[in-house]
Write a protein that binds this ligand. Structure first.
Ligand SMILES: Nc1ncnc2c1ncn2[C@@H]1O[C@H](COP(=O)(O)OP(=O)(O)OP(=O)(O)O)[C@@H](O)[C@H]1O
Ligand SMILES: [Mg+2]
Length: 258
């Protein structure tokens, strides 16, 4: 179903920089030429704002409407589900589409409707070259509500032992849901100040059996843009986070037309 799209999820412990990394990756992927779908999987909407967007409608609102309104259910009949999910997209003039997942389930049984919507999302993904997902702290909701398959898991940690232990849990969950499908995992250590941080991170990662795909320096541009509510899409080429993530995009050949 999603055979054409490369699905890249960004996960890790709370507050380590997942959304900032997702936004910088979006900035870089826009220059790579392929069709890009960004999924904001944070229930309180996150990467959308960091990209300068304010989605008017979410998958969560749509799902709630389906559960509560028979009229909305009837409207689905005879129409490809993919089209209904497409109606929820924010189309950015900068050249990517955005799907905001919104809130998770409320009261009632959502298994059936989740299954159906996941089918719609997976069909829609086949229209893109790359799908980039900014996850909330756990990745389980993405697997349950959005996609069964992830190709690349970008794990973000800071230099703390606890955040690196968390990425092993996120990775294990993603591997579990991916079943026998291959999954590339790429650990990024964010907010690195100096060589001491790098050394410590390598030691901890070694003890946990993790390889490190890259280090992202503490970036004053990211801090300032986020503090001022400016989109990270406008970060300059020389911003340390752009340079560091540019190396990852090149190494993994992300974002190209397939
Ligand atoms: N490389 C960096 N340099 C400087 N500041 C950073 C960097 N990465 C992230 N930050 C700052 O860290 C804070 C948390 O970042 P962000 O919101 O991206 O984390 P998150 O993992 O998405 O959080 P949550 O779990 O709440 O979704 C923000 O204030 C952001 O500006
Ligand atoms: Mg976030």
């Amino acid at each position: 179903m999603t055979a054409n799209a490369r699905i890249v999820a960004v996960g890790g412990k709370g507050g380590v920089g997942k959304t900032s990394v997702s936004a910088v990756l979006t900035r870089l992927l826009l220059g790579a030429g392929g069709k890009l779908l960004v999924i904001d999987a944070d229930p309180v909407i996150s990467v959308s704002y960091t990209l300068g967007e304010d989605p008017k409608t979410t998958l969560g609102d749509f799902r709630q409407g389906l559960i509560e309104t028979p009229q909305q259910q009837r409207e689905l009949e005879g129409r490809p589900l993919k089209d209904s999910v497409r109606d929820l997209l924010t189309r950015s003039p900068r050249g990517y589409d955005l799907l905001a997942m919104g809130r998770a389930e409320g009261k009632g049984c959502f298994c059936g409707v989740n299954e159906m919507l996941r089918f719609g999302i997976e069909s829609l993904c086949s229209d893109y070259d790359t799908v980039l997902i900014d996850c909330e702290a756990g990745i389980e909701q993405v697997n349950r509500r959005a996609l069964h398959r992830i190709d690349d898991l970008v794990l973000v940690a800071d230099t703390s032992m606890r955040s690196m232990e968390s990425v092993t849990k996120v990775r294990d969950i993603a591997v579990f849901y991916n079943e026998d499908k291959p999954l590339g995992t790429h650990l990024l250590i964010n907010r690195v100040a100096d060589d001491g941080d790098r050394l410590r991170a390598r030691e901890i990662a070694g003890k946990l059996g993790l390889g490190i795909a890259g280090f992202i320096p503490e970036d004053p541009h990211v801090l300032r843009y986020n503090a001022e509510g400016r989109t990270l899409l406008e970060l300059p080429d020389e911003a340390p986070s752009v340079v560091a993530l540019g190396a990852l995009v090149a190494a993994l050949e992300l974002g190209r037309p397939r």
